[in-house]
Write a protein that binds this ligand. Sequence first.
Ligand code: AR6
Length: 169
Amino acid sequence: MTTITLVQGDITRQSVDAIVNAANSSLLGGGGVDGAIHRRGGPAVLEECRRLRASHYGKGLPTGQAVATTAGALDARWVIHTVGPVWSATEDRSDLLASCYRESLRVADELGARTVAFPAISTGVYRWPMEDAARIATRTVRTTPTSVEEVRFVLFDERAYDVFGRQLG
Ligand code: AR6
């Protein structure tokens, strides 16, 4: 059984086995959660991202996929980088957003992670409406078979926290 918990705060302050990063396909960092994770995780995270890029993802990590690195100085063992879809009003990209959660959990299982913290993927720079993103995130985590014991959604602000809270009932 996987317990789903909800926290309002900064994902880089979480003490968990794996922290999921809302990355971009370059794997070289950016703003939002990605910037915060690289800042606090330190150069070891970026170094491993660079190596992964060189060895496997020369064309970038595809949207909806996930890959793990060290967590550097973060209070976690791994960072799982996933690339959310940019919101589109004309194209349904829900499956890609669901895939981020599914693939991150698959990688977490491979690593043997018991506790995993997720941000609200795609709801910042990638502009996905919070209600819809929360519905997809919670439904996917609830329906994905995994050995992860705790999935912790870490929401930055009170509004996002409330929206996720309503989805989890
Ligand atoms: N802890 C938890 N949540 C956070 C934090 C934090 N420290 N910082 C921001 N959020 P975003 P995306 C929330 O933009 O939409 C980057 O540049 C934020 O309020 O981080 O998937 C990447 O490199 C929002 O609700 O990720 C990509 O280019 C949520 O996290 C692009 O942004 C996600 O916002 C990815 O965009």
